[in-house]
Each structure stands twice: as structure tokens, then as C-alpha cells.
Design a protein around this ligand. Structure first.
Ligand code: 13P
Length: 250
């Protein structure tokens, strides 16, 4: 039986005081909600939020990291720096990194390898654009991104990997995939994992859905057989919208 894993990606929102205040509200109100919970504030707020969530049931995540451990990489943040301040999870391959900053599968894969080698957990994001979906390519795109993102990762490390299926056309648009459509793609990802690894690995993998998850649609999505969690953007920025998503079954 897979657990449910709900994560908040705060993207480029929240100053340090705003981030701490949101994290404080979540620590208080999510203490009894159950499920695996993660929040990913912006880099500048990570250290302050690390202190706020220490000894709570909320894991601290980063939204990205460099593919190099350290060195001359102006503007980048190293996995060693993240670990040192208490980051446990890193989101990699988000569609905004792919689309705006040109990150390719091989580059994302090098980050996945480094994060796992350094003991972090990874959320690897995959998802098709509207154009790709309309051309009937959604299954091939998500399968390809899954395989390339995980290239060279041994099965023994998969317990620290979560896949987030985020259809690009559903992110920040208010248009979510229907629970049935999302579940079908999750099943495609699971089938690909079975091909790449084993039936047991595919069965155990936590696959989150992301893209306009809100309190109103969370339960319908999160009770589908292949949807094991959510990666939430906009609705993760306020306690009144994130808490009911995490506590969808209460
Ligand atoms: P929204 O929930 O704002 O659509 O964002 C989803 C997302 O990109 C999470 O990583």
C-alpha cells in the first residue's frame, strides 16, 4: 500500500518573514493530518524555514540545485549547501526549469544522480505540453522523460525518488487534468517503471499529480488508484488552501 505524499512548491514567492509565517501556520495545523508532507520555499527562505519545521512532520525541500557539487558556477546553489541547512528533498526537472531555463533530460539526470549520491530525496517532474498532448504524444513524452531522468539510477535508490506528473497546460492555468486522465498517465509512468526496473519497483513508486490542484479537486484526484500525492503550486501559498489539500481525507 503506497502512502500519500503532498508537497508545496512555493516557486518564486515569499520573502523570509512571509515564508516563516506560512510555515508556522502549517506546522501548527498539519501536525495531525497524516500523510508525507513537504514544502519547498525559495532558496533565500530555506534556512529560516528549516528552523520553523525542525521537529515537525513537514520535510524541507528545495526547488532546484546545481548539477555540480561546488566550484565556479555563478548564481547556482550546491547540494552541499542545501544539505547543511537541513534540506531533505529537491524538486528536479520542473517544467518551468525545462521551458524557461532550457534544462534538458541529460542535465536533469545529472542532478538526480548527484542529489541521490548525496543522500537527498528527489521529486522528478515530467509532463507534456498542450501541443504534445494534442499531437497524441503525451504517453511518449512522459515515458521518455521518466526513463531519461532516471538513467543510471539503480533500483535500490528508487525509494528516495518520487515522480511528479505535471501536465504543462495545467500548471497555473486553473485547468486541471480530470482525475481519469491523470490516472491514465500515472499508469503509463508505472508501466514504464516496470519496463525499466521491475513490477515491484513500479508498484512501490509514489507518483504525484501537479497542475491546478485545489481544495475543490484534491479528493477526487488523490483517491484515484495511481495518484499517490500532489505537487501543489498556487494553492500551497496560503494555509487556507494548502491545509485542506493535505487533509483531503479528514
Ligand atoms: P499550480 O498548482 O499553481 O498549477 O502549479 C503546479 C506546479 O507547477 C507545482 O510544481
Amino acid at each position: 500500500m503506497r502512502i500519500k505524499y503532498i508537497a508545496g512548491n512555493w516557486k518564486m514567492h515569499k520573502t523570509v518573514p512571509e515564508a516563516v509565517s506560512l510555515a508556522q501556520a502549517l506546522v501548527k495545523d498539519l501536525a495531525s493530518c497524516g500523510h508525507k508532507i513537504m514544502i519547498a520555499p525559495p532558496f533565500t527562505a530555506l534556512e529560516a524555514v528549516a528552523k520553523t519545521v525542525a521537529s515537525s512532520n513537514i520535510l524541507l525541500g528545495a526547488q532546484n540545485m546545481s548539477n555540480a557539487e561546488q566550484g565556479a558556477h555563478t548564481g547556482e546553489v550546491s547540494v552541499l549547501m542545501l544539505k547543511q541547512i537541513g534540506v531533505k528533498v529537491v524538486i528536479l526537472g520542473h517544467s518551468e526549469r525545462r521551458a524557461i531555463y532550457g534544462e534538458k533530460d541529460e542535465f536533469i539526470n545529472s542532478k538526480v544522480k548527484l542529489a541521490l549520491a548525496q543522500g537527498l530525496e528527489v521529486i522528478l517532474c515530467v509532463g507534456e505540453t498542450l501541443q504534445e498532448r494534442e499531437a497524441g504524444k503525451a504517453n511518449d513524452i512522459v515515458s521518455g522523460q521518466t526513463g531519461k531522468g532516471l538513467a543510471g539510477i539503480p533500483e535500490k535508490d528508487l525509494g528516495r525518488v518520487t515522480i511528479a506528473y505535471e501536465p504543462v497546460w495545467a500548471i497555473g492555468t486553473g485547468k486541471n487534468a480530470t482525475p481519469q486522465d491523470a490516472d491514465a498517465i500515472h499508469a503509463v509512468i508505472r508501466a514504464e517503471l516496470k519496463k525499466l526496473y521491475s513490477a515491484a519497483a513500479a508498484e512501490a513508486m509514489i507518483i504525484q499529480y501537479g497542475g491546478s490542484v485545489k481544495p475543490e479537486n484534491a479528493k477526487d484526484l488523490l483517491t484515484m488508484p495511481n495518484i499517490d500525492g500532489a505537487l501543489v503550486g498556487g494553492a500551497a501559498l496560503k494555509p487556507e488552501t494548502f491545509i485542506p489539500i493535505v487533509c483531503f481525507d479528514k
